[in-house]
Design a protein around this ligand. Structure first.
Ligand SMILES: [Zn+2]
Length: 163
């Protein structure tokens, strides 16, 4: 792989410590036991999506701080070329209107990141030519990183359910 991008991307370990340190509440289970969370396996995504995940966490963290709702990441991975960001939510509020509306806001924000990931190269973060590519696997890649693999018809993709 000749992956010499002009802008230096973080490597997996750098990103891991960076994001866990920046959002300690969201990633409080990063080092928890594997019987409790899948977060213990780390971030199963490539460098092109790191900014996207950072931006998502920034918004979730703001919601958390403003509302007292606990948002804890359970698993962060790529599946079928799309970001899957699984969380558990603790509302700390008995009011169902409160939890219902925040549930919608939180999952809409995660869904937005999922949609954006489908247009962001997993390897370099490029968003001009990146699209889902066919191959022995499905990944979202730019023209350069697709290495000739054709685009995949999105209608055929199942993606992953966020609810
Ligand atoms: Zn790329």
């Amino acid at each position: 792989m000749t992956d010499t991008a002009e802008k230096p991307l973080m490597d997996k370990e750098e990103f891991d410590s960076y994001i866990v340190e920046k959002y300690p509440d969201i990633f409080r289970d990063r080092r928890a036991d594997k019987t409790k969370t899948l977060m213990c396996w780390g971030f199963d995504i490539q460098a092109g999506w790191y900014t996207l995940v950072d931006e998502l966490c920034q918004d979730l963290d703001a919601i958390q701080k403003a509302t007292g709702i606990e948002i804890i990441a359970v698993q962060v991975k790529e599946k079928f070329g799309r970001l899957c960001f699984y969380i558990s939510i603790n509302y700390h509020n008995e009011d169902t209107d409160f939890s219902d509306s925040w549930y919608r806001i939180i999952y809409a924000r995660i869904e937005k990141a999922g949609q954006k990931s489908g247009m962001t190269c997993e390897k370099c973060g490029e968003t001009w030519t990146a699209t889902l590519r066919r191959g022995s696997w499905l990944h979202t890649l730019c023209d350069e990183h697709a290495e000739g693999r054709p685009a995949f018809d999105k209608e055929e993709a199942t993606g992953c359910e966020m609810s």
